[in-house]
Design a protein around this ligand. Structure first.
Ligand SMILES: [Mg+2]
Ligand SMILES: [Zn+2]
Length: 227
């Protein structure tokens, strides 16, 4: 996001938000050689997040990427209203970007398949004969998240954007604290309620479109300092 100016930046989670199912969890269920749920809960119990569980999940994987792609192709289902939301943002001149703590391999594939030209930031994974290796391409000062989405929000804040965040899960907790308005469902909804984070609940992108604030209102949201 290089152009300076006041506008609206909309950041959206992928798994469980744009994709109806959590694609990453479906991949883990199908291919992960470890007890990934226990790894996940152990990390959360220690106060850790994806920086802890992501490398542990993919340790020692020897699954050919083509097999993963073939699986995703079958299992994948997007929120049917997401393409309309992409249009909505384009029509209003909003910056729309996907921030995911999932993997580049399936997000690039799905967006390509649907013909959706939306920029995205995500973790990268290399599959080799020695096993999979996660690269923290978008790691930041936050020590908890593999891809800490907050860095993108802070950059948008610096550039004077009003920030809307849309998500459903653990990887959305960090950025939700830095948005002007949060659309939340599932565990993120509970998190927002428990932490008094102003939010709107939603199920589909049709709900989001219907509840997007008027532009006049967006201009009035004071640009709050980073929390
Ligand atoms: Mg999610
Ligand atoms: Zn973080």
């Amino acid at each position: 996001m290089s152009s300076k100016g006041k506008g609206v930046a909309v950041f959206v989670d992928f798994d469980g938000t744009i994709a109806r199912r959590d694609v990453q969890l479906a991949i883990l269920d199908r291919f992960c050689p470890h007890d990934w749920r226990r790894i996940f809960l152990d990390c959360l119990a220690k106060g850790q997040k994806s920086r802890c569980y992501l490398p542990a999940w993919y340790r020692g994987w020897k699954v050919p990427p083509e097999e993963i792609i073939a699986f995703i192709d079958q299992e994948m289902e997007l929120d049917p209203h997401f393409p309309s939301f992409v249009d909505y943002c384009q029509r209003h001149g909003y910056h729309l970007e996907i921030l995911s703590d999932g993997l580049d391999i399936y997000i690039a594939y799905v967006l390509g398949k649907e013909g959706l030209a939306v920029p995205y930031k995500v973790n990268q994974v290399d599959f080799s004969k020695q096993g999979a290796a996660i690269k923290f391409a978008n790691a930041s000062s936050c020590s908890l998240c593999a891809h800490c989405k907050t860095a993108s929000l802070q950059e948008a804040r610096k550039d004077g954007f009003t920030i809307i965040y849309i998500g459903d899960g653990v990887s959305d907790e960090c950025p939700a604290r830095h948005a002007d308005l949060v659309f939340a469902k599932d565990s993120l909804l509970t998190y927002c309620e428990e932490h008094y984070i102003p939010h709107v609940s939603f199920h589909t992108f049709q709900d989001v479109i219907e509840q997007m604030p008027e532009e006049a209102f967006l201009k009035e949201i004071p640009s709050s300092p980073p929390k």
